[in-house]
Design a protein around this ligand. Structure first.
Ligand SMILES: Cc1cc2nc3c(=O)[nH]c(=O)nc-3n(C[C@H](O)[C@H](O)[C@H](O)COP(=O)(O)OP(=O)(O)OC[C@H]3O[C@@H](n4cnc5c(N)ncnc54)[C@H](O)[C@@H]3O)c2cc1C
Length: 387
């Protein structure tokens, strides 16, 4: 029998998409610009996202989740990203970087202790891989953890860590060098550090170009002690575990990027109908029509790229290449659409009162975070056996 490709959302996913769309339009859109300008984390909005069940989307009900899957998370991220990237990255980092390492690699005790709070959005988790000395070269970890009297003693620092210092933040899982492998390389493990642990200092929020309503900080550890049981997953497997978390995370970032690209279309269509120049709406000019048509082409193809990667992941097939393709393509599309949406808006596109100004500032980081565009190209080429 001929198999028909079907990328329509099923009833449940479509219902979720609609709920998130309405929440983004009715609750987030009217107020997020002010948080963004004040450089303030929107705690109340994030709590409401928790009440909607967004933080538990891909987790089983036994841990407080909604029993959905990773694609549900992606669809929610696309709808949030269509309106605002700061809240979207807060959800992305909270779920796919904060809670997922515990769900994938944690012990049953760790899951029971942390996941219900993380799934409800009452608590946020963070993921500490990047260090001041290196992000792309994530294995160049300098942070150390030595085992002493049944405790890990952690020393070092982490840079650019999302969700690490909000009122809701409960933990960060960090990578640290815990010894030397038999081949002489670094043995890197993942360790869970609850917020407020003595010796764990959370720095001031960075002053950022975009994602201004999200929380990003530098973390430092000075003889910070946590129980031996806080090891997440196997000793020495921390680096490999984090890399596999990033493979999935790339699909989530691709969904967020697609949302931003689609938001550029939404705003441009509205503006082209209302702004007049030379006695007619600017949308009557073919040059503007073409800009918007090209934006829609890019947003639609971006969506296919992340759907494809998510489909392979959910089927249990290898999906690394598709995840990198989706992340690379959609982030570049987001950047391109933000550029053209700003152009459609003329001078007003450069004003903070219009969402496209935010989109423009928020798009660039999509080509950098969770693996730069160069890193994605390296991964794709490697997967093709090149080099
Ligand atoms: C707002 C924000 C939030 C973040 N949140 C988190 C988080 O929650 N947790 C976390 O662990 N990290 C986080 N990061 C870190 C992020 O993942 C890194 O910034 C990113 O991976 C790039 O690392 P880098 O900044 O050290 O750049 P570098 O690695 O120094 O790269 C600099 C440039 O060199 C290029 N480059 C490097 N190596 C190569 C190579 N071999 N070949 C070709 N080009 C190369 C890069 O592509 C880039 O263009 C966040 C960053 C930001 C800005």
């Amino acid at each position: 029998m001929t198999q028909v490709l079907d990328y329509r959302l099923d009833e449940e996913t479509e219902a979720l998409r609609k709920v998130v769309r309405e929440f983004a339009q009715d609750v987030i859109a009217p107020q997020i610009g002010e948080f963004y300008e004040r450089d303030e984390f929107p705690t109340a909005i994030v709590r409401q996202m928790g009440e909607l069940g967004l933080f538990g989307l891909p987790f089983p009900e036994e841990y407080g989740g909604s029993g959905g899957d990773y694609f549900h998370l992606c669809v929610a991220l696309e709808e949030l990203g269509r309106v605002d990237s700061s809240v979207a990255i807060t959800l992305e980092a909270g779920v796919s970087l904060g809670a997922m390492p515990i769900y994938r690699f944690g012990t049953e005790e760790q899951k029971q202790e942390w996941l219900p709070r993380l799934c409800s959005g009452e608590a946020l988790g963070a993921f500490g891989l990047t260090e001041p000395g290196g992000g792309s070269d994530a294995g160049a970890t300098r942070t150390t953890a030595r085992l002493e009297d049944g405790q890990w003693v952690i020393n070092g620092s982490k840079a650019f860590i999302t969700n690490s210092g909000t009122d809701l933040t409960a933990l960060v899982t960090v990578t640290a060098v815990t010894g030397t492998r038999p081949d002489g390389g670094k043995e890197i493990s993942a360790i869970l550090v609850p917020s407020g642990t003595p010796g764990f200092t959370v720095g001031q929020r960075y002053s950022k170009v975009g994602w201004n309503a999200s929380d990003t900080r530098e973390l430092s550890f000075a003889d910070c002690r946590v129980p031996e049981e806080n090891l997440v997953g196997e000793r020495g497997r921390g680096y490999a575990q984090f890399l596999s978390i990033l493979d999935e995370g790339r699909i989530a970032i691709a969904a967020l990027s697609t949302g931003l690209a689609q938001g550029c279309v939404d705003e441009s269509v509205k503006y082209a109908a209302q702004r007049e120049a030379f006695g007619q709406p600017i949308g009557r000019n073919q040059a503007i029509q073409f800009m918007i048509a090209d934006m829609e082409v890019r947003a639609s193809t971006a969506r296919l790229a992340y759907y494809r990667a998510a489909e392979k992941m959910l089927r249990g097939e290898p999906f690394k290449r598709e995840a990198s393709i989706a992340k690379l393509y959609t982030s570049e599309v987001a950047m391109e659409n933000a550029r053209w949406a700003t152009q459609v808006h003329g001078g007003y596109g450069f004003m903070n009162e219009f969402p496209v100004g935010r989109f423009y500032r928020d798009a660039k980081i999509l080509e950098i975070g969770e693996g730069t565009s160069e890193v994605q190209r390296m991964l794709i080429a490697r997967d093709l056996g090149v080099g």
